[in-house]
Ligand binder design. Sequence first.
Ligand SMILES: Cc1cc2nc3c(=O)[nH]c(=O)nc-3n(C[C@H](O)[C@H](O)[C@H](O)COP(=O)(O)O)c2cc1C
Length: 169
Amino acid sequence: MYRLLYPMRTYLIVTGRDDEVNVMAADWVTVLSFKPEIVGVAVSPKRYTHGLIKKYGEYVISVPSVQMLRDVWIAGTESGPEKLRKMNITLTPSKTIKTPSISEALANIECKVIDYRDYGDHTLFVGRVTGYTYNPEAFKNGEPVPSAGFLAHIARNKFITFKDEILTI
Ligand SMILES: Cc1cc2nc3c(=O)[nH]c(=O)nc-3n(C[C@H](O)[C@H](O)[C@H](O)COP(=O)(O)O)c2cc1C
């Protein structure tokens, strides 16, 4: 059934710190509140990421571009921090938390866990947004620029990006 909600945007979840920084791909990311700003991500307990979020109580939601597709695939198919050696990303300090951000990403949203709860086979981690950074070429006047190459997931190894065509009504 869940595929009926697709295509869904794909994100990278950064967790951990120092030698134990990890990155996983996640489609199941959602805004939960506007004021205060709260975002959630559903993470299976099978993921290495799950343990790191519980350990440190924070995570970064990174917005990858289509140019980062190979990294997204590694992050979404391999487990644990060793995968970062194969990935072509640059970690950079975040503004408000110790979990790093990703320089190449179109945006990085820094979150502190305020709640979590298991629903079926995933845990919904609920995070208060404590800071964010973004590429000004990808977001202008508070809106995404489609040609920046935002990434969405179809199924398995199939992804799509957006046409540079905005429909207004
Ligand atoms: C495009 C894509 C989206 C994914 N979305 C999620 C998700 O929302 N939640 C989840 O628990 N796993 C998701 N996964 C699976 C994890 O990214 C994958 O199991 C990854 O290897 C976990 O890494 P880790 O064990 O290092 O944390 C997704 C995988 C891909 C390829």
